[in-house]
Write a protein that binds this ligand. Sequence first.
Ligand SMILES: Nc1ncnc2c1ncn2[C@@H]1O[C@H](COP(=O)(O)OP(=O)(O)OP(=O)(O)O)[C@@H](O)[C@H]1O
Length: 615
Amino acid sequence: MKLNELKFHEKDRPVRDFFYSQYFYLKNIWREQKGIFLFLTLLSIITSIMLPLEILLQKRLIDQLTVVQKIPNELGFVLVLLVAITFLSLFGQLSGKIQDYLFRKISLRVNYLFKAMLNKKVTSVSLENFESSFFYNQVNLAAKALEGNGIGTTYSFLQIITSVFSLFSVFAILTAIHWTLPLTVLLSTIPGVVIVFFSKLKNYKVEKNVVFKERELSYTESLFFDKSYLKEIKVYTLSDYLLEKWKKLYFYTMNKRLEVTKWELKNSAVVILFVGVINTGVSVFFVYQLVENALTIGSYVALTAAIITLQGIFAQIGAHIASIFEAAIYNNALIKLLKIEHFDDEKREEINSIETIDIKNGTFNYPYSDISVFSKLNFSIRRGEKISIVGGNGSGKTTLAHCLVGLFNLTEGTILVNGENMNDIEKSSLHKQVAVVFQTFPKYMYSLRENIGFGNVDDMENAQKIWDVIRKVGLEHKFSIHNVDLDTYLSKEMDGGIDLSGGEWQKIALGRALMKDVSLILLDEPTASLDPHSELKTLELFDSMTDDKTTITITHRIGPTKLSDKIIVMDKGKIEEIGTFDELINNKGLFYRMHQAQSKWYERKEHFHETVETT
Ligand SMILES: Nc1ncnc2c1ncn2[C@@H]1O[C@H](COP(=O)(O)OP(=O)(O)OP(=O)(O)O)[C@@H](O)[C@H]1O
């Protein structure tokens, strides 16, 4: 399924979705837990026929009791019946517990399978999926299926099937007494089931519509528990505003759900009245039959029990249908996500180094956007070159860099790596050749070892290499004075963990890049949080150690671009200039003006305003 299909094929088809999800779950249950599932099904069917059997035995018992009142030596049979009834009842109760246990076992196992499939899928699909709010809605809904609601529908479905067994047997008992009875019971129960069906259908639609607001609601809630947001919330005194926003979102979702419950209540009241009238009619009919001697007391009791049992079975079926429809939307989202296509990487060409990158007429639009972030870009990079990309905010530098390392696909044009179209190259082999420090880099709430070792998981246990990197990025002193070992967590939220400053985190991110032996290093604002001394040391480090490596550095700092072989100056998605530092300064174009704007800070105070006016 392609990304666009994921969005536009979304229609309300709960019945189809339900059957498809059942097929999907059963297929996987069969694959994973065939034996247990067969046993569970068998046990459910056996249990389902115990119920009518119990009714028949009860009838026999009462009839026998009326005989025993007159002939006491018939008591032996009464005792047999009592034991049999007790056995049936105990079996029913025990079987229920065993079934719950078996299904819990199946669902935990199959949920693990689905979670693993979903985690794998989400980490392998194109990043473009994450550009759509629809995708996040689906993730949110699928999470609910994985909490157990999803596979629970298969259990409900099984229960419905076995209830139908009980239903037929009880129907048979009623029909044997009078053919109108099953019809009467049907009339008294079907309306309730229909109401449940329609209210759940309504619920399905409501859930679908509130999911976006619900995500905003849970995001807002999460802010109240996040230290970094709480700081701003306090300083800007945002708590009243945010609490009010949270309240509005809460009430919005709550009211939408209450509307469905209200509808259900109104309609159920009518149904209850209707059922009451039918039940009274049936009771009057039974009493009449009893008076006329057309019914024995045993049959009367059995009939009354049968009616109550039938109504119970229908109520159960209704409840199962309800849970099935509630979960259909979650299952549907889960299946949709699992069906998103990811690149078939294996059929692509493997590479062992990146020697050249050529971008030809490169144009990129974010998904669902008509605006080109950059268009018709042309330039080449050779192995070992030090490239800087500069330009104003939003000029497309980061997006371009993401395309150059194969994280986004161009909308038009091509990127050639070693002369091969990047789309024909195995992505995993391409990424093996790339190290990155993103502008917004992750801060893993894991150990120091993992935070650095993620740069190259093969060296995760290589303590010497990790300490070497820590030394190179200038963090050794910090960790040694705090007695930090490699297994210390880098977050105070974890046991024994420590917190780092913004610059220290940036050094960790740089460390990750140093762990990997690659052809290309991409640095997006790599020194934005570093003090001037650390910045100089870091840039010199990357410059000296990467002679055979290509580096692409995105930066707003004009000074360090002096170290570059080539500077690409971007403006509003176009390449405004391209050349060496000296060439661009001599051009007196945009780069020169940017350079002037920054160097004004180093002018003597009396020349400051003159320089500002000329830039
Ligand atoms: N996920 C996205 N979906 C749609 N548009 C986006 C997305 N991310 C960025 N953009 C848009 O793309 C344009 C270029 O963004 P980009 O981050 O590439 O710029 P940049 O030159 O790196 O900016 P800065 O110097 O501020 O980091 C921006 O106008 C931004 O609004």
